[in-house]
Design a binder for this molecule. Structure first.
Ligand SMILES: [Zn+2]
Length: 210
């Protein structure tokens, strides 16, 4: 896709996430890898009202070179995209159910959501590391995110929200949506005798679709 097409897709998907309540206010931010740098949603922007020509552009060294000033959480995106060369985009949300799981999970936990559905396993994978709480905007979390992203495509920031990557912008958005729905299921089923997928079933999915 061209940069222009990616900018338009970012506006469309941001509006869709916002309309469905995956982000509220100016929460949440999205980045996309380009051949000559990165696109990033601007600081204090609402995902519901992005403008294609005002989306921030950064060069390959993450310097701001165009559009509005990038989100203050740009370092999260840098941490994931430098750790995962195969990732083409990163979605960070404060979506309710995934954030709730991030409040219940112990920092250092690697599977706070059980593998309840094949779609969660296919989109998010086997592990979902929980990064300990940091104050929003604290760049000290970059190292933890970078280390976790080497072994996982998605993670939860404790008491904050999910950070999810994908091969493409659409893949990253779908994975963030799947993570939110799986978090909702996990909370609905908490304390009930739900049967998660077995290790063998998870292995089969990852071998077939991974
Ligand atoms: Zn955030």
């Amino acid at each position: 896709m061209t940069e222009t097409e990616l900018r338009e897709l970012l506006v469309e998907l941001g509006a869709s996430l916002f309309a469905r309540g995956y982000s509220v206010g100016s929460a949440g931010n999205i980045s996309v890898r380009l051949p000559d740098g990165y696109l990033m949603t601007p600081t204090n922007s609402s995902l519901g009202r992005l403008q294609a020509d005002r989306i921030s552009k950064l060069d390959l060294d993450w310097r701001h070179i165009g559009g509005d000033k990038p989100s203050k959480e740009v370092f999260m995106h840098r941490a994931v995209l430098t750790a995962r060369p195969e990732a083409g985009a990163v979605v960070h949300l404060h979506s309710t159910y995934a954030t709730a799981i991030g409040c219940l999970a112990a920092p250092g936990e690697t599977a706070p959501i059980p593998p309840l559905t094949p779609y969660f396993v296919m989109r998010v994978g086997r592990s979902l590391p929980v990064i300990r709480y940091y104050r929003p905007g604290d760049a000290a979390m970059e190292g933890d995110i970078h280390a976790a992203a080497k072994g996982a495509s998605a993670m939860l920031l404790a008491n904050h929200g999910p950070v999810v990557s994908g091969k493409s912008l659409v893949d990253a958005v779908y994975a963030a949506e799947e993570l939110e729905e799986s978090a909702k299921l996990a909370l609905m089923l908490r304390g009930q005798p739900a049967r998660p997928l077995t290790g063998t079933e998870v292995d089969d999915l990852l071998q077939t679709f991974g």
